[in-house]
Ligand binder design. Structure first.
Ligand code: PFF
Length: 541
């Protein structure tokens, strides 16, 4: 194994810790359960013929998702025991021989922080739609175009500059964004156990209860329109879960490369694996706290929310009222913010159910966005030695500029889309690849698997290590290369062409690069500080 730092940072602030085991499981689960579960997953599954999509989805879950989550938990707890909570600090303890290791941690900061910048905007939409449902402002009749217009207007997708509404007041989307912003930072300011853990302990059960109520409503819809007996709940479930369509066999459906890529990406996005967030969360564990079962429990909880709740609400509900035509080609946002509000309008008790649905989306989003902020807060605190107030203020400033950037470049959601592709998709694959190498090849298999199993309530078998060392890098590398190739050559949704042609996309990438440079500078400063501290520790008897 790589040599590791023998010294605990002596002037580090007192290490924070999770309060309870349930707390950390729910916090990691909270990070995982988010918009991805209730909007992104059903959208993708419907796009790829449901049942067939589940094959690559489960392969990726078993071969990459669950093993990588174990690896992240183990590396995080390892770094935490050495006194580090940020990815640069943790990578440095794991890979002492490589002076560039802490700089590789830049992705572990950049990815979650940039995702936060647009994720919190969508979080605001959920809160707004919950409020609009409750107050009846989304009662727009049965014409989908009306809902589309409302949504486009709300997010300002027609032209750039969504900040100020007509009468000089802030646009509603910006007001809801700011509310979410303040909530996130207030919770982060309270810290790991008093802020994040406490909130997740309440929000997670609450969102599951809301989801179950909504699910019961959807599953009891029967056949709302007797003149269309085919539009019933069972067919709605079948639309999502049947393994093949009438004109393709199951195997033909499976032979779709793009589907394998998307299913793998969905597993990462959904489990929050490969983002640098689990590694930070688990660094607040104690040396002998269980990780083997805790990690598995969070993954299982996420899958329950995604497949059993998310998978059975959105698409069947839309099918029952609108049929397949109402779902196909709608995309994640179209399904969630255009189709569903209309479906709720048509549903008995719909306004209340709609409120519950958007409120649970909002709760799920908050528990996720909190986890995106913690890695950078950890670096600011331990690398620059600044206190909680200053680090929260600094990160608040950086992310606010980013979010307002996303809001300003609202035309066609170009900034949001560009960030999501370059950071939220490409960035995750690269970071996940790096972490697999770090675990399997640098930390070493035996040490790594022992680290996973120390204090474990269950034993993770050795072959999981072998999968992490050999199968995962090949799988990930293959997926990344194919993905980039397909994106590069695609006729539609080609982000390389968008980047060439759109000034707004170029500005967005320039913005991401500036944030990356800023983080690299911060890491440089932190490394100097850590080196000085270690020297002092060696000199003092
Ligand atoms: N896992 C979250 C979801 O499914 O919505 C998304 C997410 C959480 C992305 C945390 C990134 C992250 F750091």
């Amino acid at each position: 194994m790589a040599e590791t730092t023998p010294v605990e940072p002596s002037d580090a602030p007192k290490m924070e810790r999770w309060g309870t085991r349930l707390g950390v499981i729910l916090a990691v689960m909270g990070s995982a359960v988010g918009l991805g579960n209730f909007l992104r997953f059903p959208g993708k599954a419907a796009q790829y013929e449901g049942g067939a999509f589940m094959v690559p989805y489960f392969v990726a879950l078993l071969v990459l998702g669950i093993p990588l989550a174990w690896a992240e938990w183990a590396m995080g707890r390892f770094g935490g025991c050495k006194g580090y909570n940020s990815t640069p600090g943790i990578y440095r303890t794991l890979w002492r021989k490589n002076p560039l290791a802490p700089y590789c941690g830049v992705l572990g900061l950049l990815v979650p922080v940039v995702i936060y910048m647009y994720y919190v905007f969508i979080e605001g939409w959920c809160l707004a739609y919950a409020w609009y449902m409750l107050t009846g402002q989304l009662t727009l009749g049965k014409d989908a175009a009306e809902y589309g217009k409302f949504f486009d207007n709300f997010i300002g997708s027609g032209s750039n500059g969504l900040l100020v509404a007509q009468h000089g007041t802030l646009a509603p989307a910006v007001i809801f964004l700011l509310i979410c912003f303040v909530l996130n930072f207030a919770l982060i300011f309270r810290g790991i156990s008093k802020g994040i853990e406490k909130f997740c302990l309440i929000a997670m059960p609450m969102l599951v209860v809301c989801a179950i109520i909504v699910l019961i409503r959807v599953l009891t819809l029967g056949t709302p329109d007797p003149s269309r007996p085919d539009l019933n709940v069972l067919n709605g479930l079948g639309y999502l879960w049947n393994a093949h369509t009438t004109n393709k066999t199951f195997l033909e459906s499976l032979a779709n490369g793009q589907m394998w890529l998307e299913a793998t990406g969905q597993i990462f996005f959904s489990l929050s694996v490969g983002f640098g967030v689990i590694i930070t969360y688990s660094s607040y564990l104690r040396r002998d706290d269980d990780i083997a079962l805790s990690s598995l429990t969070s993954c299982a909880g996420n899958e329950f929310c995604e497949v059993a709740l998310g998978g059975m609400i959105t698409v069947p509900a839309a099918f029952v009222f609108l049929g397949a035509a109402g779902i196909a080609g709608k995309g994640t946002f179209g399904l969630g913010f255009v189709t569903l509000p209309m479906v709720f309008e048509m549903m008995p008790l719909g306004r209340f159910v709609g409120f519950l649905f958007f409120f649970l989306l909002f709760l799920a989003a908050v528990t996720s966005s909190l986890s995106m902020l913690q890695p950078a807060i950890a670096l600011l605190e331990e690398g620059l030695g600044i206190g909680r107030k200053a680090s929260v203020a600094l990160l608040g400033f950086i992310t606010l500029i980013g979010s307002l950037f996303v809001v300003y470049f609202s035309k066609g959601l170009i900034a949001l889309d560009t960030m999501d592709f370059w950071v939220g998709t490409v960035g995750i694959f690269i970071l996940a690849f790096f972490q697999v190498i770090l675990f399997g090849w640098v930390m070493g298999l035996r040490t790594g698997v022992e680290e996973i199993n120390r204090g474990g309530t269950i034993r993770v078998p050795y072959f999981v290590g072998l999968v992490l060392k050999f199968v995962a890098p090949l799988y990930l590398g293959g997926v990344l290369v194919t993905f980039l190739y397909q994106s590069f050559t695609a006729k539609e949704g080609n982000y390389f062409l968008t980047l060439r042609d759109s000034r707004d996309a170029q500005l967005t990438v320039a913005f991401i690069v500036i944030v990356a440079i800023l983080f690299l500078l911060l890491i440089g400063q932190s490394v100097k500080r850590w080196q000085k501290r270690e020297l002092m520790a060696e000199e003092s008897p």
